[in-house]
Design a protein around this ligand. Structure first.
Ligand code: APR
Length: 241
């Protein structure tokens, strides 16, 4: 039995499956990853722009980055990897999809049990009154302001140094802890607390399957490592179910 067959067999037996995805699952849709080759934006690193300090210092620069990302992501469509997870959800009694991605492609593909633990690039939050609204317009002003109070809006995403929504994180932790199988797709597994969720599942007795172009810090202990493109591996992984 080769690794793909072993992974298929593990998934076929599971009633409770939790999936954790990162930027790599959207790469084949055309959404740049953060740390892979072809980086994210000119010579800026996410760690420099995706922080409250950067936004306080230069909100126009941070917004320019997000206007650029929203414009790019608006042209991207779910790929076969996103669609394979929709199929997996439909045939799994207890299924949770935890995603670090803010692009909304899982939801666009039809995934329903999604925990977007890093927020959404399509939601804007007022820095003054806290109102959060979905706004997909690509012609926003350079510095968008709140309709209610006139305060400066920011993307409703988790920046470096910020904490995740505690309720979302608790649900993600539970989904990892209760899983029989955890499928980890397209994440470099270096940003906490998401990176630690695979360990939570492992320590609770789950079989962890990793799908990535290259090894990650988790590769040494997971049950099965499937090296390759998510858009090619996931459809084959779920076709047999
Ligand atoms: N198929 C599978 N894996 C892929 C593919 C692909 N086609 N393309 C890239 N990858 C893998 C890379 O090998 C890498 O391990 O996807 C991973 C992408 O890693 P990152 O760019 O670090 O993205 P991610 O792990 O989601 O980053 C976590 O960091 O910048 C913050 O908040 C941001 O959510 C993000 C978090």
């Amino acid at each position: 039995m080769d690794d793909l067959e072993r992974a298929q067999d593990i998934l076929a037996r599971a009633e409770r499956i939790t999936v954790l995805t990162g930027a790599g699952i959207s790469a084949e849709s055309g959404v740049p990853t953060f740390r892979g080759a072809g980086g994210l934006w000119e010579n800026h690193r996410p760690e420099e722009l995706a922080t409250p300090q950067a936004f306080a210092r230069d909100p126009e620069l941070v917004w320019r980055w997000y206007h650029w990302r929203r414009g790019l992501i608006a042209r991207c469509r779910p790929n076969p990897a996103h669609r394979a997870l929709v199929a997996l959800e439909r045939c799994t009694p207890r299924f949770t999809l935890i995603t670090q991605n803010v692009d909304g492609l899982h939801q666009a593909a039809g995934s329903r049990q999604v925990l977007p633990i890093h927020g959404s690039i399509w939601h804007l939050r007022c820095t003054a009154c806290g109102t959060v609204r979905e706004d997909r317009r690509l012609d926003l002003p350079a510095l968008p302001t709140c309709d209610d109070c006139g305060g400066l809006l920011r993307p409703d995403v988790v920046w470096f140094g910020e904490s995740l929504d505690p309720e979302l994180l608790q649900r993600a932790w539970q989904a990892a802890h209760q899983a029989e199988v955890m499928l980890v797709v397209g994440t470099s597994a270096v940003v906490q607390p998401a990176a630690g969720l695979a360990q939570v599942a492992h320590e609770a007795g789950a079989a962890v399957i990793e799908v990535n172009l290259e090894p990650t810090p988790n590769s040494g202990w997971v049950e099965v490592v499937l090296l390759g493109k998510a858009g090619e591996i996931l459809p084959r992984l779920v076709e047999a179910l």
